[in-house]
Design a protein. Structure first.
Lengths: 348, 515
């Protein structure tokens, strides 16, 4: 009867909801057709990615690698933001931990790629468990500030703990160790295309894994927590425990992205832990659309392609880049993927 | 019958006020129990204690024989306790089906499953669809919850609570803010659920039709305690209950006809003129999909004190908020001193000379009493428009009206008691030199002493030439301060007339205001 009953949505997004409703109800046919389109699109995309090293230059392979890694990073970030409603400003902590830990393992402990990448990812995941334990007690801006603070802690560790991280020189001379599969198979990763295929395979697997989680009962409950944590608690769900689990999963993907970076670059510098690094998955997710699964991937591609094409043309690239990002963010509030699907809903 | 819920000497205080002040209660399995009582009686706090949203200061709660006093919410839910909320509390961007399926997953311990496809879990799906069938929303299961009408959202609200298959289902004002049609719809559903399921219902409700048509047992709460507990017939005839709902018989309260009532500052000082200061014509106001005001027309004359009466949820607050521009009406006209103000911004309306004291007071908690009052001077011109008949309110004048505020001058707003905050809110509104003052629930939740102070203050304010429009549930309080009254029911004016006439109309009082 009072101020508390203000409508949840303004009319604009209510319209969007109607569109989504439309999309869902319009009968199986259109929805199925959409599924088929999506399936073909996916197969086509993977095919293009498969043949890329054969037809494109080293430079484009390198760019695509960057897109793949940012995609994993952004997907991990957005699992927490888009699905659970927790905005982290410190995900570079896990990215950097994945990168440093993998670098250290490959330099000192392992002569094989997989133990390095896996070990680095697991250490980053463990860190996410520790940091998450403190952060999920809070929500909203308090959560964000806590993650920022932890992120800066990791940054100063990377900067100051010279004996381990190499300080401002960074960790140098990380070998791109060969891939060793039990049974004696040994694939050298020296050539960029080989490493590219390794990253592509890991990315496809990881993205499929995340997609499965998102579409599972657990994924739905997380979305419920995003929508209304108080209510989901009254459905019998211990929400803090669920948030922590989501945080750990999110940290796993960010760590994996970092772990893949170390062997590619052969060096890891403290900049990978900087808060500006934490902003990259945020921007990529917002560009692509936070309430869609594919949004962060599309956003990552756009983020990196835009950057590369502007950097080449002007020294004031940050200015131009900023203006373009602003225009997209303000113009397409649901992100690119969100906008595409809304448009489709309207047409039908 | 077995004992389902047992509450022993439960207490919870907020600041100085004991919201729940020693409740002992036993609920048997089965049946339909209602909790009623005036605003601020502690009903929602009591429910929050039962369901684990709040922990009590002292006392114990046993559910199915186990001490759950400090158990977390999710454990109580798993044990068979469900609740719905007074304010619709759904998952807006998820579909209706997803809203229902989350509690079903939780109930079946499937909520942590990270690999199954939701569509493949046949039994979960079936269980959710059964609930949707029961609340009549099956055909809307693919719609996002936010697109439902308010009534359907209320149904969904109850459906989510049902979906955990609770043994004890606690509903907090299930019909709040619904129109009569939606009300009938939801009642039919609750009744059917009560009959079909072996669920024990405990509801908090302000709609007496609902309470008396459904309950086996009614508990009347008042000031954090159980006032009366009995069968509906017993409650209907109970004198104490009548008093609580009609307003308390306060010792020393002056009434019309009392010789005392003609003291200084009495209403005879400034005779009401025949010139209307405020004319409201058939305004329609909505909250989202809810049609709250369905054509309200009323007038207030210069120098009058007019009171809006009616139970909770009939549109009193919304009427004041519509006048103030906080929830502008969709149609209709509001004229203030001959000028159309419908659709104007709240700050413009305030500058034209309307003051507003919301029921929750809205004190600036981190500012001192003095700063709260002076704040008005920083944003408004220090004097009324030239030629204005407004009196000029100053700090000392406000302190003269409420001497207590002078003593508390340097206290922070949040340290004041409810009654002191109310005085401060009124003082703050006066500092803007209003011609018309809107007071929402001035007597709500106040101790008899403060009500007395408030009553005198209202008469003093009126003697300064300020017109007052109040909204209150307390008829006795209204009777001692107001000249005229309008009675609202379900968003419409049902009666308008002088206070003396109203007091004689026992039928109307009974129908719209009494239990």
């Amino acid at each position: 009867m009072r101020k508390r009953r203000t409508p949840v949505f303004n009319s604009g997004s209510r319209q969007a909801l109607h569109n989504r409703a439309h999309l869902g109800v319009v009968g199986g046919l259109n929805e199925n057709r959409l599924k088929v389109y999506k399936g073909f699109g996916l197969i086509f995309l993977i095919a293009v990615l498969m043949v890329l090293p054969q037809v494109a230059s080293r430079f484009y392979v390198y760019i695509t690698l960057q897109i793949l890694m940012l995609s994993l990073f952004a997907l991990g970030f957005n699992f927490l933001f888009g699905y659970v409603g927790l905005l982290s400003f410190g995900h570079a902590a896990f990215y950097a931990t994945g990168a440093y830990a993998t670098g250290l393992i490959l330099k000192n402990a392992s002569t094989s790629l997989i133990p390095g990448v896996l070990g680095g990812t697991l250490i980053a995941t463990l860190l996410a468990l520790i940091i998450g334990f403190f952060c999920v007690r809070h929500t909203d801006v308090y959560f964000s500030m806590l993650t920022l603070a932890f992120g800066m802690m990791i940054y100063s560790l990377a900067w100051k703990w010279r004996e381990v991280t190499g300080g401002d020189d960074g960790l140098i001379g990380i070998p791109r160790a060969p891939l060793e599969i039990p049974g004696g198979l040994r694939v050298s990763m020296r050539a960029m295309p080989n490493y590219y295929y390794f990253v592509l395979a890991i990315s496809v697997l990881a993205i499929f894994l995340l997609y499965t989680i998102v579409k599972s009962p657990f994924g739905l409950v997380l979305q419920g927590i995003r929508e209304n944590p108080g209510r989901v608690e009254f459905a019998g769900i211990p929400i803090k425990r669920y948030r922590l689990l989501a945080f750990v999963i999110s940290g796993f993907f960010a760590g994996l992205a970092g772990a893949l970076l170390a062997p590619l670059e052969n060096t890891v510098a403290p900049a990978v832990a900087d808060w500006t690094k934490s902003s990259e998955p945020i921007l990529a997710s917002l560009l692509g659309g936070v309430y869609t699964f594919a949004g962060p991937i599309v956003g990552s591609a756009l983020f990196i392609l835009l950057k590369e094409s502007i950097v080449r043309r002007t020294e004031y690239w940050l200015l131009v880049y900023g203006i373009i990002l602003l225009a997209i963010l303000i113009g397409l509030r649901g992100g690119i993927v969100g906008a595409v699907f809304q448009r489709k809903g309207k047409k039908k | 019958m077995t004992e389902l819920l047992k509450v022993e000497a439960l207490k919870k205080h907020f600041g100085e006020i004991y919201a729940v002040d020693g409740i002992d209660l036993t609920l048997q399995q089965g049946g339909f129990t209602s909790i009623i009582g005036p605003n601020g009686a502690g009903k929602t706090t009591f429910i929050n204690l039962l369901t684990g949203r709040l922990f009590p200061d002292s006392g114990k709660i046993f559910f199915k024989g186990e001490d759950i006093t400090r158990s977390p919410i999710h454990r109580r839910v798993k044990k068979g306790m469900g609740r719905s909320f007074q304010v619709t509390n759904i998952l807006p961007r998820l579909t209706v089906f997803e809203n229902i399926v989350i509690p079903v997953l939780s109930l079946r311990n499937k909520s942590l499953d990270p690999i199954s496809k939701l569509g493949r879990l046949q039994s979960v799906r079936q269980s959710a669809e059964d609930i949707l069938q029961a609340i009549g929303l099956l055909d809307k299961s693919a719609l996002p919850a936010a697109t439902l009408s308010h009534g359907d959202q209320r149904l969904l609200e109850i459906g989510i609570a049902m979906a955990t298959h609770p043994t004890l289902l606690i509903l907090d004002e299930p019909t709040a803010g619904m129109n009569p049609l939606e009300r009938v719809h939801i009642l039919k559903n609750i009744k059917r659920l009560a009959l079909e399921q072996r669920t024990t219902f405990l509801i908090v409700e302000h709609d007496m039709d609902v309470v008396f048509s459904l309950s086996d047992r009614i508990i009347v709460m008042h000031r954090g305690k159980v006032l009366v507990d009995g069968r509906p017939e017993e409650i209907k005839g109970d004198q104490k209950v009548r008093e609580v709902y009609l307003g308390e018989a306060l010792p020393g309260m002056r009434c019309h006809g009392d010789p005392e009532a003609q003291g200084p500052g009495s209403r005879s000082r400034v005779p009401a003129s025949s010139q209307p200061i405020l004319e409201v014509q058939s305004i329609q106001t909505f909250y989202g999909h809810s049609h709250i005001l369905q054509g309200i027309s009323l007038d207030v004359h210069r120098g009058e004190v007019v009171c809006l009466l009616g139970r909770n949820g009939v549109g009193k607050t919304t009427t004041l908020r519509s006048i103030m521009g906080l929830t502008p009406p969709r149609s209709g006209s509001i004229r203030f001193q001959g000028q159309e103000i419908a659709g104007r911004k709240p700050y413009e309306i305030a500058r034209l000379g309307i003051g507003y004291v919301p029921d929750d007071r809205r004190i600036f908690p981190e500012l001192t009493v003095r700063q709260n009052l002076e704040m008005v001077r920083w944003v408004l011109p220090s004097e009324g428009p030239a030629g204005s008949s407004r009196p000029y309110w100053t700090l000392s004048k406000v302190y003269a009206l409420f001497p207590k505020l002078k003593d508390l001058e340097n206290q922070k707003g949040r340290h004041l008691s409810g009654g002191e905050q109310k005085m401060l809110a009124i003082g703050r509104a006066l500092m803007a030199n209003p011609d018309l003052l809107l007071l929402d629930e001035p007597s709500e939740g106040l101790s008899p002493l403060i009500v007395q102070i408030l009553k005198e203050a209202i008469e003093n304010i009126r003697s300064e030439g300020i017109t007052l429009l109040l909204a209150d549930q307390n008829l006795k309080f209204a009777r001692t301060v107001a000249d005229r009254a309008f009675i609202l029911e379900k968003g419409r004016i049902q009666y308008g007339g002088s206070m003396e006439d109203l007091w004689k109309e026992e039928e109307i009082v009974k129908k719209y205001l009494a239990v």
